[in-house]
Design a protein around this ligand. Sequence first.
Ligand code: GCW
Length: 736
Amino acid sequence: MWQTPSLPARPAIILLVILLFADCPMRAGADPGNPLPWGYELWLKFAPVSDSVLASQYRASLEGIVMEPVGATQEIAYRELTEGIGNMLSRPLLPRTTTSGGNLLVAATLDRLPTRFREFLGERKIPAEGFLIREVADGPRKHILLTAADDAGLLYGAYRLLRLVQTHRPLSGLDQLDAPKARLRMLNHWDNLDRSIERGYAGFSIFNWHTLPDFRDPRYEDYARANASLGINATAVTNVNANALVLTEAYIDKARALADIFRPYGIRLYLTARFSAPMEIGGLDTADPLDPRVSAWWRDKAGEIYRAIPDFGGFLVKANSEGQPGPQNYGRSHREGANMLADALGPFGGNVIWRAFVYSEEDPEDRAKQAYSEFAPEDGKFRDNVLLQVKNGPIDFQPREPIHPLFGAMPETPLLVEFQITKEYLGFATHLAFLPKLFEEVLQTDTYREGPGSTVARVVDGSLHGKALSGMAGVANIGTDINWTGHPFGQADWYGFGRLAWDPYLSSGQLAEEWVRATFGNDPVLVASLKDMMLRSREAVVNYMNPLGLHHLFDTGHHYGPGPWVDDLSRPEWNPVYYHQADASGIGFDRSATGSNAVAQYAPELATRYGSLETCPEEFLLWFHHVPWDYRLRSGHTLWEGLGLKYQEGVDTVVGMLADWQELESRLPQEVYRDVSMRLQIQLREARWWKYACMQYFRTFSGMDFPQGMEPPEHPLEYYKALRFPFAPGIRPRWN
Ligand code: GCW
């Protein structure tokens, strides 16, 4: 049941949803009386605790609440606690004072905490945005104390307590002091001003710039709430392939409305800055960062924005990449461009987030090497408020990549790790691939930059080089679809991203379990089975799309489905043939010392491991080496056989996922059961498509028979080559 009607957004959303679904017959399986279709509430359902023993234990521990909220953020925390706990315990959580009887929830920021509760903190300090939740004794009574140094911390603590109850964790003996490990925990929306979304697969942009600032869609607040429940504290709401219009007066006013909604949820707004904006909207004839008129324009612009949005986060910038304008258009460096913008924002406390995703059509160097070559020598030369945002791998959000060599290589420069939550290269919104598994793999990889243990997680939390400013950005998978993410399991990717941005050391298993419990309830069979399915799912995608280190075999432009044969695009690195390099002698990109020597950009430990055929992990084999077709894999199979069997393994895993899902039918809401069943069928069909298309194509080089154990292709190669998808979603609009 959806029982949080006093949150301001609720009534309007109910109305909106009723209007949207006015013509729909009541769907089978929908919860009677619940006007929201499955999925809108995300992981924030706060359903009644089904286990009656547990429910009475919780009721005994939470007999009332002592809290006097001050200000908008604390008001939200109060509402969330009373409504969420009220729902879960199926009885209201009423206000009390500490002198009234019972076991109570006592919640306040430290400055307002009754003195006798302060002693429970002991020597411990609560960091900014952190909180303490602790069961404390008060004579014969036991209270749950929730306290924080600031409002955001109190809100995050409220969501933590709600999660503990929602996932059926015991409250007795509770003692959790937690705080975000990284300062910036950010979503990046590739949303255009016309509401199309680059690489968006869940509808249109939720940000309706046309009706802003006056129409404040209730969904904006629900969006902020969902993010805050994970600890996400920043969002860039416009595409990095930016439109300068967002920096005009009218749009700044629209952005102000969004920032006002996000603020009480602890979220700071960022905008993307098109480098040529001084020309496009400022009337200048240049955007040269060293031209004083240009820097003055940006300073004025920053002032204008901060007058409207005093806590504006700053600019996110994609420059001189894939056709975007940038400082290099004027013979200036990325550093000169970034520092000029940093000087404009600095006086107001704003940041410049400069993306390291650059590769040039004039540069014949291996694309995987270009970002490192460009930025590593600039370490220490950026202003303090410049963060470099680096994708998790050196190419582009592939199902699997080795880590980006820049991690740990710029000790003097604040860094943000960029992940893609939207599944541009992992099957859009029809394939199930639990991304926290991918994120975890990256975060736990050792860069060896400061000796063993120099993991990417330590780059995210800043501890590797003692950075106060660092964090994680994720390209959002959110759109106007009623369940936000298209695929119901896409919600788990948003969830897992946010939780990992808060704490990059969390395990994907824990996150899968939390999400399943919060989303589907605590039925142990469901929890075990779905968790298992989610944890297998990402490897399945790797295997049926890009096994053994293959990468970027995606069809051109839309990146939907396989196109390993594509070789006719103007820029070499836009063609899949550039990446797989298949020929009669073998397949793979030689990035060892005999090839592009990209391995040399890593710390010696990784360079040696990846650089030699003997020690290179097989999951990266064809990423780093060009390998003969008859090369023996560790399994004893030849490379050709192993490749076919990996594709087959990917398909087989999806067959298993579908079977597992079907077993769970009676335990799942009908509508979500049917939804995911259909998506899994599509995933299975497409997994086979990948296998058949790629293996048929590679056979034109290997000349070998398909290995035993691999299903023979359904169609000839020409069939797969002829497939066209002119309206596949997510492609960049022409006017960018
Ligand atoms: O993955 C590529 C996408 C582009 C995207 C670019 C980037 C926003 O295909 O659509 O542009 O990465 O990250 O800038």
